[in-house]
Ligand binder design. Structure first.
Ligand code: 7TS
Length: 421
Protein backbone atom coordinates (compact mmCIF):
# COMPACT_ATOMS: atom_id res chain seq x y z
CA UNK A 1 0.00 0.00 0.00
CA UNK A 2 1.35 3.47 -0.89
CA UNK A 3 2.04 6.11 1.77
CA UNK A 4 -0.92 8.12 0.50
CA UNK A 5 -3.28 5.15 0.71
CA UNK A 6 -2.04 4.38 4.22
CA UNK A 7 -2.63 8.00 5.30
CA UNK A 8 -6.12 8.06 3.77
CA UNK A 9 -6.94 4.81 5.55
CA UNK A 10 -5.59 6.12 8.89
CA UNK A 11 -7.57 9.38 8.52
CA UNK A 12 -10.74 7.44 7.73
CA UNK A 13 -10.25 5.36 10.87
CA UNK A 14 -9.75 8.55 12.91
CA UNK A 15 -12.80 10.41 11.62
CA UNK A 16 -14.89 7.28 12.23
CA UNK A 17 -13.68 7.19 15.83
CA UNK A 18 -14.62 10.84 16.41
CA UNK A 19 -18.15 10.01 15.22
CA UNK A 20 -18.37 6.82 17.28
CA UNK A 21 -17.29 8.67 20.43
CA UNK A 22 -20.52 10.69 20.19
CA UNK A 23 -22.40 7.46 20.92
CA UNK A 24 -20.75 7.07 24.34
CA UNK A 25 -22.10 9.64 26.84
CA UNK A 26 -19.60 8.59 29.54
CA UNK A 27 -16.68 9.76 27.40
CA UNK A 28 -17.74 13.34 28.17
CA UNK A 29 -17.21 12.72 31.90
CA UNK A 30 -14.41 14.44 33.75
CA UNK A 31 -12.32 12.73 36.44
CA UNK A 32 -10.49 14.96 38.94
CA UNK A 33 -11.41 17.85 36.65
CA UNK A 34 -9.74 16.24 33.60
CA UNK A 35 -11.49 14.71 30.58
CA UNK A 36 -11.80 10.97 31.04
CA UNK A 37 -9.24 8.86 29.15
CA UNK A 38 -10.66 5.37 29.49
CA UNK A 39 -7.99 2.72 28.93
CA UNK A 40 -9.43 -0.09 31.06
CA UNK A 41 -11.54 -1.76 28.41
CA UNK A 42 -10.24 -5.25 29.11
CA UNK A 43 -11.90 -5.00 32.55
CA UNK A 44 -15.14 -3.64 31.14
CA UNK A 45 -16.03 -1.56 28.10
CA UNK A 46 -18.33 1.45 27.96
CA UNK A 47 -21.86 1.33 26.52
CA UNK A 48 -23.20 3.36 23.63
CA UNK A 49 -26.52 5.24 23.81
CA UNK A 50 -28.05 2.65 21.48
CA UNK A 51 -27.41 -0.13 24.04
CA UNK A 52 -28.56 2.02 26.98
CA UNK A 53 -31.70 2.94 25.02
CA UNK A 54 -32.42 -0.71 24.21
CA UNK A 55 -32.29 -1.52 27.94
CA UNK A 56 -34.60 1.38 28.87
CA UNK A 57 -36.99 0.70 25.99
CA UNK A 58 -37.35 -2.93 26.99
CA UNK A 59 -38.01 -2.00 30.63
CA UNK A 60 -40.49 0.71 29.68
CA UNK A 61 -42.34 -1.19 26.97
CA UNK A 62 -41.99 -4.95 27.18
CA UNK A 63 -40.94 -5.89 30.70
CA UNK A 64 -42.32 -9.26 31.78
CA UNK A 65 -40.92 -12.67 32.64
CA UNK A 66 -40.02 -14.93 29.71
CA UNK A 67 -41.31 -18.34 28.60
CA UNK A 68 -44.23 -18.21 31.03
CA UNK A 69 -47.00 -15.79 30.29
CA UNK A 70 -49.73 -16.21 27.77
CA UNK A 71 -50.24 -12.46 28.12
CA UNK A 72 -49.02 -10.00 25.51
CA UNK A 73 -46.13 -8.50 27.46
CA UNK A 74 -44.86 -11.97 28.35
CA UNK A 75 -44.86 -12.90 24.67
CA UNK A 76 -43.13 -9.66 23.68
CA UNK A 77 -40.46 -10.14 26.35
CA UNK A 78 -39.89 -13.73 25.21
CA UNK A 79 -39.70 -12.65 21.55
CA UNK A 80 -37.07 -10.04 22.34
CA UNK A 81 -35.06 -12.36 24.60
CA UNK A 82 -35.01 -15.03 21.89
CA UNK A 83 -34.22 -12.47 19.17
CA UNK A 84 -31.16 -11.48 21.23
CA UNK A 85 -30.10 -15.12 21.37
CA UNK A 86 -30.33 -15.34 17.56
CA UNK A 87 -28.18 -12.20 17.20
CA UNK A 88 -25.54 -13.54 19.58
CA UNK A 89 -25.56 -16.92 17.80
CA UNK A 90 -25.09 -15.31 14.38
CA UNK A 91 -22.33 -13.04 15.73
CA UNK A 92 -20.13 -16.00 16.70
CA UNK A 93 -21.10 -18.23 13.79
CA UNK A 94 -23.03 -20.70 15.96
CA UNK A 95 -24.76 -23.25 13.72
CA UNK A 96 -27.97 -23.10 15.82
CA UNK A 97 -29.37 -20.69 18.40
CA UNK A 98 -30.25 -23.71 20.56
CA UNK A 99 -26.54 -24.04 21.25
CA UNK A 100 -26.21 -20.55 22.79
CA UNK A 101 -26.90 -20.49 26.53
CA UNK A 102 -27.29 -17.15 28.28
CA UNK A 103 -25.23 -17.09 31.47
CA UNK A 104 -24.03 -14.36 33.82
CA UNK A 105 -20.77 -14.13 31.85
CA UNK A 106 -17.54 -15.92 31.02
CA UNK A 107 -16.97 -17.10 34.58
CA UNK A 108 -20.34 -18.80 34.80
CA UNK A 109 -20.01 -20.23 31.27
CA UNK A 110 -16.72 -21.92 32.15
CA UNK A 111 -18.10 -23.22 35.46
CA UNK A 112 -21.06 -24.63 33.55
CA UNK A 113 -18.72 -26.73 31.40
CA UNK A 114 -16.47 -27.71 34.32
CA UNK A 115 -19.40 -28.84 36.48
CA UNK A 116 -21.86 -29.95 33.79
CA UNK A 117 -19.47 -31.72 31.42
CA UNK A 118 -16.15 -32.43 33.13
CA UNK A 119 -17.63 -33.56 36.43
CA UNK A 120 -19.75 -36.06 34.53
CA UNK A 121 -17.20 -37.39 32.05
CA UNK A 122 -13.70 -37.07 33.60
CA UNK A 123 -12.33 -40.28 35.10
CA UNK A 124 -9.55 -40.77 37.67
CA UNK A 125 -6.17 -40.41 35.94
CA UNK A 126 -7.56 -38.30 33.06
CA UNK A 127 -5.83 -34.99 32.32
CA UNK A 128 -6.96 -31.44 31.55
CA UNK A 129 -4.56 -29.20 29.60
CA UNK A 130 -4.50 -25.51 30.52
CA UNK A 131 -1.99 -22.72 30.01
CA UNK A 132 -0.15 -20.58 32.57
CA UNK A 133 -1.74 -17.45 31.04
CA UNK A 134 -5.31 -18.30 32.09
CA UNK A 135 -7.53 -15.87 33.97
CA UNK A 136 -8.51 -17.44 37.32
CA UNK A 137 -11.96 -17.99 35.78
CA UNK A 138 -10.43 -20.62 33.49
CA UNK A 139 -8.18 -22.15 36.13
CA UNK A 140 -9.89 -22.46 39.51
CA UNK A 141 -12.99 -24.37 38.25
CA UNK A 142 -10.65 -26.93 36.64
CA UNK A 143 -8.59 -27.25 39.83
CA UNK A 144 -11.73 -28.09 41.78
CA UNK A 145 -13.20 -30.48 39.24
CA UNK A 146 -9.85 -32.22 38.68
CA UNK A 147 -9.42 -32.71 42.43
CA UNK A 148 -12.98 -34.04 42.79
CA UNK A 149 -12.58 -36.49 39.91
CA UNK A 150 -8.98 -37.59 40.62
CA UNK A 151 -7.83 -36.05 37.31
CA UNK A 152 -4.62 -34.08 36.71
CA UNK A 153 -3.88 -30.65 35.30
CA UNK A 154 -1.14 -30.19 32.70
CA UNK A 155 0.17 -26.80 31.63
CA UNK A 156 1.24 -25.80 28.14
CA UNK A 157 4.82 -24.41 28.24
CA UNK A 158 5.30 -20.83 27.06
CA UNK A 159 8.07 -19.15 25.12
CA UNK A 160 9.98 -16.34 26.88
CA UNK A 161 7.95 -13.75 24.97
CA UNK A 162 4.66 -15.13 26.28
CA UNK A 163 3.27 -17.22 23.44
CA UNK A 164 2.42 -20.91 23.64
CA UNK A 165 5.36 -23.13 22.75
CA UNK A 166 3.78 -25.04 19.89
CA UNK A 167 6.73 -27.45 19.71
CA UNK A 168 5.40 -28.90 23.00
CA UNK A 169 2.04 -29.82 21.43
CA UNK A 170 2.87 -33.40 20.45
CA UNK A 171 4.21 -34.34 23.88
CA UNK A 172 1.42 -32.56 25.70
CA UNK A 173 -1.56 -33.66 23.67
CA UNK A 174 -1.54 -37.36 24.40
CA UNK A 175 -4.00 -39.67 26.09
CA UNK A 176 -5.23 -39.44 28.86
CA UNK A 177 -5.86 -35.75 28.02
CA UNK A 178 -9.64 -35.37 27.80
CA UNK A 179 -10.08 -31.59 27.90
CA UNK A 180 -8.06 -28.63 26.66
CA UNK A 181 -9.20 -25.27 28.03
CA UNK A 182 -7.45 -22.06 27.06
CA UNK A 183 -7.93 -18.40 26.45
CA UNK A 184 -8.30 -17.07 22.92
CA UNK A 185 -6.62 -13.75 23.83
CA UNK A 186 -4.65 -13.27 27.07
CA UNK A 187 -5.95 -10.47 29.28
CA UNK A 188 -2.38 -9.73 30.45
CA UNK A 189 0.01 -10.61 27.64
CA UNK A 190 -2.30 -9.78 24.74
CA UNK A 191 -1.19 -13.05 23.12
CA UNK A 192 -3.62 -14.37 20.51
CA UNK A 193 -3.51 -18.14 20.76
CA UNK A 194 -3.77 -20.40 17.68
CA UNK A 195 -7.07 -21.88 18.83
CA UNK A 196 -8.00 -23.39 15.47
CA UNK A 197 -4.76 -25.35 15.28
CA UNK A 198 -5.05 -26.44 18.91
CA UNK A 199 -8.68 -27.56 18.42
CA UNK A 200 -7.58 -29.72 15.50
CA UNK A 201 -4.82 -31.33 17.54
CA UNK A 202 -7.03 -31.79 20.61
CA UNK A 203 -9.63 -33.57 18.50
CA UNK A 204 -6.99 -35.80 16.97
CA UNK A 205 -6.58 -37.43 20.42
CA UNK A 206 -10.32 -37.38 21.16
CA UNK A 207 -10.13 -34.48 23.64
CA UNK A 208 -12.71 -31.69 23.89
CA UNK A 209 -11.70 -28.05 23.77
CA UNK A 210 -13.09 -25.00 25.57
CA UNK A 211 -12.05 -21.51 24.51
CA UNK A 212 -12.28 -18.56 26.91
CA UNK A 213 -13.28 -15.80 24.51
CA UNK A 214 -13.74 -12.96 27.04
CA UNK A 215 -11.03 -10.85 25.40
CA UNK A 216 -11.60 -12.06 21.83
CA UNK A 217 -15.29 -11.67 20.97
CA UNK A 218 -15.23 -7.90 21.65
CA UNK A 219 -12.25 -7.38 19.33
CA UNK A 220 -11.87 -9.93 16.58
CA UNK A 221 -14.36 -11.65 14.28
CA UNK A 222 -15.02 -15.01 15.95
CA UNK A 223 -16.56 -17.99 14.21
CA UNK A 224 -16.89 -21.02 16.46
CA UNK A 225 -17.57 -23.36 13.54
CA UNK A 226 -14.37 -22.23 11.83
CA UNK A 227 -12.32 -22.52 15.05
CA UNK A 228 -13.70 -26.03 15.49
CA UNK A 229 -13.74 -25.90 19.29
CA UNK A 230 -16.39 -27.59 21.46
CA UNK A 231 -17.25 -24.79 23.89
CA UNK A 232 -16.78 -21.03 23.67
CA UNK A 233 -17.37 -18.64 26.62
CA UNK A 234 -17.70 -14.83 26.68
CA UNK A 235 -19.23 -11.82 28.48
CA UNK A 236 -21.41 -8.96 27.23
CA UNK A 237 -19.82 -6.25 29.37
CA UNK A 238 -16.52 -6.26 27.47
CA UNK A 239 -18.30 -5.83 24.11
CA UNK A 240 -20.36 -2.65 24.69
CA UNK A 241 -23.06 -4.60 26.51
CA UNK A 242 -24.26 -4.72 30.11
CA UNK A 243 -22.84 -6.56 33.12
CA UNK A 244 -24.62 -9.65 34.43
CA UNK A 245 -24.99 -11.47 31.12
CA UNK A 246 -22.82 -13.48 28.75
CA UNK A 247 -23.00 -16.69 26.83
CA UNK A 248 -21.74 -20.20 26.45
CA UNK A 249 -21.76 -21.76 23.03
CA UNK A 250 -21.42 -25.54 22.93
CA UNK A 251 -21.72 -28.33 20.39
CA UNK A 252 -25.30 -29.54 20.47
CA UNK A 253 -24.45 -33.19 21.12
CA UNK A 254 -22.22 -32.25 24.07
CA UNK A 255 -24.77 -29.86 25.57
CA UNK A 256 -27.32 -32.65 25.22
CA UNK A 257 -25.16 -35.10 27.20
CA UNK A 258 -24.23 -32.58 29.89
CA UNK A 259 -25.86 -32.35 33.28
CA UNK A 260 -27.39 -29.07 34.33
CA UNK A 261 -25.16 -27.04 36.61
CA UNK A 262 -27.92 -25.22 38.46
CA UNK A 263 -31.44 -26.50 38.87
CA UNK A 264 -34.85 -25.04 39.67
CA UNK A 265 -37.65 -23.49 37.66
CA UNK A 266 -37.69 -23.25 33.85
CA UNK A 267 -34.91 -25.78 33.27
CA UNK A 268 -37.27 -28.72 33.87
CA UNK A 269 -39.67 -30.65 31.66
CA UNK A 270 -41.57 -32.57 34.35
CA UNK A 271 -41.18 -32.61 38.10
CA UNK A 272 -42.40 -35.26 40.54
CA UNK A 273 -41.91 -35.20 44.29
CA UNK A 274 -38.79 -37.35 44.07
CA UNK A 275 -37.28 -36.61 40.63
CA UNK A 276 -37.38 -34.38 37.57
CA UNK A 277 -36.56 -34.42 33.85
CA UNK A 278 -34.80 -31.65 31.95
CA UNK A 279 -36.05 -29.10 29.47
CA UNK A 280 -34.71 -28.97 25.90
CA UNK A 281 -31.67 -26.90 24.88
CA UNK A 282 -30.79 -24.23 25.75
CA UNK A 283 -33.35 -23.87 28.57
CA UNK A 284 -31.93 -26.88 30.42
CA UNK A 285 -29.06 -24.55 31.41
CA UNK A 286 -31.08 -21.41 32.16
CA UNK A 287 -32.72 -22.02 35.55
CA UNK A 288 -34.80 -19.33 37.20
CA UNK A 289 -35.54 -15.90 35.79
CA UNK A 290 -32.71 -15.01 33.42
CA UNK A 291 -31.18 -11.52 33.05
CA UNK A 292 -33.83 -10.58 30.48
CA UNK A 293 -33.28 -6.85 29.87
CA UNK A 294 -29.51 -7.51 29.99
CA UNK A 295 -29.74 -10.23 27.34
CA UNK A 296 -31.85 -7.94 25.15
CA UNK A 297 -29.18 -5.23 25.50
CA UNK A 298 -26.47 -7.78 24.72
CA UNK A 299 -28.34 -8.24 21.44
CA UNK A 300 -28.25 -4.45 20.97
CA UNK A 301 -24.48 -4.52 21.64
CA UNK A 302 -24.12 -7.12 18.88
CA UNK A 303 -26.12 -4.84 16.55
CA UNK A 304 -23.82 -1.98 17.48
CA UNK A 305 -20.63 -3.96 16.82
CA UNK A 306 -22.06 -5.16 13.51
CA UNK A 307 -22.78 -1.54 12.61
CA UNK A 308 -19.19 -0.56 13.55
CA UNK A 309 -17.86 -3.58 11.65
CA UNK A 310 -15.58 -6.14 13.25
CA UNK A 311 -13.05 -5.88 10.43
CA UNK A 312 -12.83 -2.12 10.95
CA UNK A 313 -12.56 -2.63 14.70
CA UNK A 314 -9.74 -5.11 14.31
CA UNK A 315 -7.81 -2.69 12.10
CA UNK A 316 -8.44 0.18 14.53
CA UNK A 317 -7.18 -1.94 17.46
CA UNK A 318 -4.11 -2.89 15.44
CA UNK A 319 -3.24 0.74 14.72
CA UNK A 320 -3.73 1.82 18.34
CA UNK A 321 -1.70 -1.05 19.74
CA UNK A 322 1.14 -0.42 17.28
CA UNK A 323 1.10 3.26 18.15
CA UNK A 324 1.15 2.55 21.90
CA UNK A 325 3.74 -0.20 21.52
CA UNK A 326 6.16 2.03 19.61
CA UNK A 327 5.88 4.76 22.21
CA UNK A 328 6.25 2.45 25.19
CA UNK A 329 9.22 0.68 23.59
CA UNK A 330 10.94 4.04 23.06
CA UNK A 331 10.40 5.15 26.68
CA UNK A 332 13.31 4.60 29.10
CA UNK A 333 12.59 2.35 32.06
CA UNK A 334 9.41 0.80 30.61
CA UNK A 335 9.20 -2.97 30.43
CA UNK A 336 6.50 -4.52 28.25
CA UNK A 337 5.06 -7.99 28.82
CA UNK A 338 3.93 -10.27 26.02
CA UNK A 339 4.68 -10.50 22.31
CA UNK A 340 5.41 -7.35 20.32
CA UNK A 341 3.45 -8.36 17.23
CA UNK A 342 0.17 -10.06 16.51
CA UNK A 343 -1.41 -9.21 19.83
CA UNK A 344 -4.79 -8.15 21.17
CA UNK A 345 -5.84 -4.61 22.05
CA UNK A 346 -4.00 -4.29 25.34
CA UNK A 347 -0.50 -3.79 26.70
CA UNK A 348 0.75 -4.72 30.17
CA UNK A 349 3.86 -2.92 31.29
CA UNK A 350 5.85 -1.75 34.30
CA UNK A 351 7.79 1.44 34.85
CA UNK A 352 11.11 1.02 36.64
CA UNK A 353 10.99 2.37 40.19
CA UNK A 354 7.22 2.99 40.13
CA UNK A 355 4.84 0.42 41.60
CA UNK A 356 1.96 -0.24 39.16
CA UNK A 357 -0.57 0.78 41.84
CA UNK A 358 1.22 4.11 42.33
CA UNK A 359 1.33 4.59 38.57
CA UNK A 360 -2.41 3.90 38.24
CA UNK A 361 -3.15 6.31 41.11
CA UNK A 362 -1.08 9.09 39.55
CA UNK A 363 -2.61 8.47 36.11
CA UNK A 364 -6.08 8.60 37.66
CA UNK A 365 -5.36 12.10 38.90
CA UNK A 366 -4.90 13.03 35.25
CA UNK A 367 -8.24 11.40 34.39
CA UNK A 368 -6.56 8.34 32.85
CA UNK A 369 -8.06 4.97 33.80
CA UNK A 370 -5.73 1.96 33.54
CA UNK A 371 -5.77 -1.23 35.57
CA UNK A 372 -2.95 -2.23 37.90
CA UNK A 373 -2.65 -5.50 39.77
CA UNK A 374 -2.44 -9.21 39.05
CA UNK A 375 -5.39 -9.06 36.60
CA UNK A 376 -6.84 -12.28 38.09
CA UNK A 377 -3.81 -14.16 36.73
CA UNK A 378 -1.59 -14.77 39.75
CA UNK A 379 0.22 -17.83 38.30
CA UNK A 380 1.10 -15.72 35.25
CA UNK A 381 2.48 -12.95 37.49
CA UNK A 382 4.74 -15.57 39.11
CA UNK A 383 5.84 -16.75 35.67
CA UNK A 384 6.63 -13.14 34.73
CA UNK A 385 8.45 -12.68 38.05
CA UNK A 386 6.46 -9.58 39.06
CA UNK A 387 3.81 -9.03 41.73
CA UNK A 388 1.69 -6.85 39.44
CA UNK A 389 1.66 -4.93 36.18
CA UNK A 390 -0.04 -1.83 34.82
CA UNK A 391 -2.27 -2.43 31.81
CA UNK A 392 -3.66 -0.11 29.17
CA UNK A 393 -6.45 -1.67 27.12
CA UNK A 394 -8.12 -0.07 24.12
CA UNK A 395 -11.45 -0.14 22.35
CA UNK A 396 -13.23 1.29 19.37
CA UNK A 397 -13.56 4.80 20.85
CA UNK A 398 -9.92 5.31 21.85
CA UNK A 399 -7.76 7.82 20.01
CA UNK A 400 -3.99 8.08 19.50
CA UNK A 401 -4.11 11.37 21.45
CA UNK A 402 -5.22 9.39 24.49
CA UNK A 403 -2.10 7.25 24.17
CA UNK A 404 -0.05 10.47 24.04
CA UNK A 405 -1.74 11.49 27.29
CA UNK A 406 -0.91 8.12 28.81
CA UNK A 407 2.74 8.61 27.84
CA UNK A 408 2.81 12.10 29.37
CA UNK A 409 1.29 10.65 32.55
CA UNK A 410 3.96 7.93 32.64
CA UNK A 411 6.69 10.58 32.28
CA UNK A 412 5.19 12.64 35.10
CA UNK A 413 5.09 9.55 37.32
CA UNK A 414 8.75 8.86 36.55
CA UNK A 415 9.61 12.41 37.60
CA UNK A 416 7.63 12.15 40.84
CA UNK A 417 9.34 8.92 41.79
CA UNK A 418 12.82 10.04 40.72
CA UNK A 419 12.32 13.05 42.96
CA UNK A 420 11.06 10.85 45.82
CA UNK A 421 14.15 8.61 45.69
N1 7TS B 1 -11.40 -14.71 31.03
C1 7TS B 1 -10.65 -13.67 30.62
C2 7TS B 1 -9.58 -13.89 29.59
C3 7TS B 1 -10.89 -12.40 31.15
O1 7TS B 1 -10.14 -11.38 30.73
C4 7TS B 1 -11.91 -12.23 32.10
C5 7TS B 1 -12.17 -10.91 32.75
C6 7TS B 1 -12.68 -13.35 32.47
C7 7TS B 1 -12.39 -14.58 31.92
C8 7TS B 1 -13.82 -13.24 33.42
O2 7TS B 1 -14.88 -12.54 32.83
P1 7TS B 1 -16.19 -12.18 33.67
O3 7TS B 1 -16.96 -11.30 32.75
O4 7TS B 1 -16.88 -13.45 33.98
O5 7TS B 1 -15.73 -11.47 34.90
N2 7TS B 1 -11.03 -10.09 32.80
C9 7TS B 1 -10.88 -8.97 33.54
C10 7TS B 1 -9.71 -8.21 33.46
O6 7TS B 1 -8.74 -8.48 32.76
N3 7TS B 1 -9.82 -7.16 34.29
O7 7TS B 1 -11.02 -7.21 34.89
C11 7TS B 1 -11.69 -8.33 34.42
Amino acid sequence: MSLMETTIKANRVLSTVEKLREDFPILKTTVHGKPLVYLDNAATSQRPSQVLAAYCFFCQSHNANVHRGIHTLGEQATDRYEAARRKVAAFIGAPSEKTVVFTRGTTESINLVAYGYARKFLKPGDAVVLTPMEHHANLVPWQIVATTMGANLRFWPMTPEGTLDMSAASDLLQPPVKIVALTHVSNVLGTINPVKEIARRAHAIGAKMLVDGAQAVPHIPVNVADIGCDFYAFSAHKMCGPTGVGALWGREELLDEMDPFMTGGEMIREVWLDHATWNELPYKFEPGTPPIAEAVSMGAAVDYLNHVGMDWLQEHDRQLVNYAMNQLLAEDGVKIFGPQDGRGALISFNVEGVHPHDLATLLDRDGIAVRAGHHCAQPLMRWLGVPATARASFYLYNLPEEIDQLMEGIRRAKEVFAYAR
